[in-house]
Design a protein around this ligand. Structure first.
Ligand code: FAD
Ligand code: DHB
Length: 397
């Protein structure tokens, strides 16, 4: 088997890369170890930056998104029992965020690729890379009980944090930066309309909570919990009690609506980056190269930014043989990655309860919240990062 770009992983990064390459007339094969049903139903992120929505729209993926997604122009930070609106659009020349579940983006991408005759192999096993520093790298894998070798010109490692691509790079090549947090998020989906028109991020003495939404009938909500929290300990009643407690306002003007919970899960929070994001003919994109704590709502958007850059570099490479953009791929991506790492770490630090904080650190955190919600300059810094900084600001240089 031969193709131009062998892509490992059918998450948002791998699927979007395959789609963008197809629009440039470049062939790819996507190899995924899970089933189609599994990847289409994996519940994860929900916030799309305006730049992400524009890219999806401009490349023909906007139909269902624009029919079903919810556009938000602000968000609320709640602390000491009081809400403070951050006017995202007012502070960023009208930019917005869009709420559309990651699994909906994945469904749209799979439909588009298969509709265009694209090659996605689900449920492959034992994926292994070879020849990364040659001109003909290859990917070995097992599919339907048969071993295959896919020869390509370039391999894209889009197989997430636990994938095999990053690990295929020899020891000593990569520098890893890693930070774990002493908490995780318990996330639920509930069949109930939103209790607020905009997302509510709450800092409460019992821990962070977040109210988000998926549709007029379905809400997504999160609670700060232990990083290794046993979800079995959380009955629906306990989840609602905790959400009520953490989101309550001092003047009692907020009512949290309840509905049947139909999905529960716990995710750890982590900051992680490897440099460089490439080795020979292997290019890492998305969670395979970096993880951000979810508080900034950036993981999916960062994956999209990586593959946009990679597809441009590959179009140049296959079009003219010019390797300049490919060679600069990692540096260009890492400028955005580190900006987003800082923002996600900052939001996480500001919004969560830290058990090891002393009174001084608690007062500093409170002061930061008061500043961000009262100073236009500070609120603008939050807003422009949250809606997504423009490519020109981040990737030039
Ligand atoms: P992934 O979506 O992880 O896709 C990688 C794909 O590769 C997967 O389909 C995987 O099955 C496949 N794969 C792995 N190993 C192999 C292999 N050996 N061979 C073939 N295929 C393989 N971000 C937010 O902004 N907000 C959130 O609330 C949020 N919640 C999250 C919850 C969880 C549990 C996780 C793990 C992530 C969450 N994220 C969230 C982050 C966001 O979902 C990711 O940043 C995004 O999925 C990155 O896309 P990706 O395509 O790079 O990786
Ligand atoms: C959602 C997830 C996030 O991590 C976040 O910061 C905001 C919203 C969500 O799943 O809707």
């Amino acid at each position: 088997m031969r193709t131009q770009v062998g892509i490992v992983g059918a998450g948002p990064a791998g699927l979007l890369l395959s789609h963008l390459l197809d629009l440039e007339g470049i062939e790819s094969v996507v190899l995924e170890d899970r089933s189609r049903e599994y990847v289409e139903n994996r519940v994860r992120a929900g916030v799309l930056e305006q730049g992400t929505v524009e890219l999806l729209t401009d490349t023909g993926l906007g139909d269902r998104l624009h029919r079903e997604a919810l556009v938000h122009r602000g968000l609320e930070l709640r602390f000491d029992g009081e809400g403070h609106r951050i006017d995202l659009s007012g502070l960023t020349d009208g930019r917005t965020i869009t709420i559309y579940g990651q699994q909906e983006v994945v469904k749209d991408l799979i439909a588009a690729r298969l509709g265009a005759g694209g090659d996605i192999r689900f449920e492959v096993e034992d994926v292994a890379l070879d020849g990364l520093t040659t001109d003909v790298p290859s990917i070995a894998f097992t599919h339907d009980g048969e071993r295959h070798t896919l020869e390509c010109a370039v391999v894209a490692g889009c197989d997430g944090f636990h994938g095999i691509c990053r690990k295929a790079i020899p020891d000593g090549v990569l520098t890893a930066y890693d930070r774990t947090y002493p908490f995780g998020w318990l996330g639920i989906l509930a069949r109930v309309g939103p209790s607020s028109d905009e997302l509510v991020y709450t800092n409460h003495e019992r821990g962070f909570s977040l109210l988000s939404v998926r549709s007029p009938e379905v809400c997504r909500m999160y609670l700060q919990c232990e990083p290794d929290e046993d979800i079995g300990e959380w009955s629906d009643d306990r989840i609602w009690d905790e959400l009520h407690t953490r989101t309550a306002t001092r003047n009692g003007d907020f009512t949290l609506k309840e509905g049947p919970i139909f999905e529960k899960g716990v995710a750890a929070l982590r900051s992680f980056v490897v440099e460089p994001m490439q080795h020979g003919r292997l290019f890492l994109a998305g969670d395979a190269a970096h993880i951000v704590p979810a508080t900034g709502a950036k993981g999916l958007n960062l994956a999209v930014a990586d593959v946009r850059r990679l597809s441009e570099a590959l179009a140049r490479f296959f079009g003219s043989g010019d390797t300049d953009l490919l060679e600069g791929y990692s540096d260009a991506c890492l400028r955005r990655v580190w900006r987003v790492q800082h923002f996600s770490w900052w939001m996480t630090s500001m919004m969560h309860r830290f058990d090891d904080h002393d009174d001084f650190q608690r007062q500093v955190q409170r002061s930061e919240l008061a500043y961000v919600t009262s100073s236009r300059a500070a609120a603008t810094a939050l807003a422009e990062n949250y809606v997504g900084l423009p490519i020109a600001t981040l990737e030039a240089g």
